[in-house]
Design a protein around this ligand. Structure first.
Ligand SMILES: Nc1ncnc2c1ncn2[C@@H]1O[C@H](COP(=O)(O)OP(=O)(O)O)[C@@H](O)[C@H]1O
Ligand SMILES: Nc1ccn([C@H]2C[C@H](O)[C@@H](COP(=O)(O)OP(=O)(O)O)O2)c(=O)n1
Length: 241
């Protein structure tokens, strides 16, 4: 694999937002690996927080109890793009946080503003560490993806990107991922996971349109590798400007 790390000034922070199924996780992991940067999946932190609340028998409608639980969650995040890890109290939750049971309720934690503040602080700390010699990346920097990274968490990031794709493309991708194909029944079965969750999440953060200074990459008609190349092109252009 070609590495392009020597062409980008360091430390560098690449912030990427976008709706469900736009390709953030798969594209950002590859971009981070190609650039020798750390990779932070903030959606997985919301998933871990949701897992932790359920594990502790907490009613997700009890907003203050959820906030208190999230604040004491012993989460550790591994930022190697070749194998990101999420550990809560020493337990590897990498698989547990991807279940349909978590996907269907994660928005209830993600729309809790105090829980967002706590997770946001943790995200800022990870970004700061990755821009220092103590970080996994040795100070090279980090690719961070989520819903509010370009606007709230790292509005001063060197590169700010909105990764979009048509609703049709996003539904087809998720249907293939969850059901193995993208026929009409699979797409319908996927709709609430994609469109419904985005509608819920959009009540607290804006990730469907690019904020000022944020570059949009539309992946509707691109395959994964083409999307990675498109993002790398933006990173190279913005950091050399
Ligand atoms: N440009 C693309 N073309 C085709 N499939 C893609 C593309 N980007 C991502 N995918 C696939 O779509 C699915 C959803 O992508 P994912 O990275 O999980 O999106 P997000 O993190 O934005 O929700 C995955 O199965 C992924 O491999
Ligand atoms: N910075 C972020 C990241 C994710 N979220 C929310 C949005 C989603 O409902 C959950 C999980 O995010 P994730 O990126 O894993 O979602 P997908 O399944 O990839 O669509 O967290 C958020 O509100 N803010």
């Amino acid at each position: 694999m070609t590495t392009q790390e020597d062409h980008v000034p360091h430390p560098v922070v690449v912030a990427v937002d976008g709706p469900s199924g736009s390709g953030k996780s798969s594209v950002c992991r590859r971009v981070a690996a190609r650039l020798g940067l750390a990779y932070l999946d903030t959606g997985a932190m919301y998933r871990a927080a949701t897992w932790w609340c359920l594990e502790n028998g907490i009613d997700l409608d009890a907003t203050d109890t959820v906030t208190a639980a999230v604040e004491r969650m012993p989460l550790e995040v591994g930022v190697d793009p070749e194998g990101p890890t999420f550990t809560v109290g020493g337990r590897d939750v990498g698989e547990a946080i991807r279940t349909a049971a978590i996907s269907s309720v994660v928005s209830r934690v993600a729309t809790n503003l105090d829980a967002r503040a706590d997770l946001g602080e943790r995200q800022r700390r990870i970004i700061a560490v990755e821009c220092s010699a103590e970080g996994w990346s040795g100070g090279r920097g980090v690719v961070v993806e989520g819903r509010d990274i370009t606007t709230v968490i790292a509005p001063d990031a060197d590169v700010r990107l909105l990764l979009t794709a048509s609703e049709e493309a996003r539904l087809a991708r998720r249907a293939r991922e969850l059901h193995g194909d993208a026929d009409a029944a699979s797409v319908e079965a996927t709709r609430s996971h994609v469109v419904g969750r985005d509608a819920q999440d959009s009540t607290v953060v804006e990730f469907m349109t690019a904020a000022d200074g944020v570059v949009t990459v539309d992946s509707s008609d691109l395959d994964l590798e083409q999307t990675v190349e498109a993002v790398l092109t933006v990173v190279a252009r913005v950091t050399s400007a």
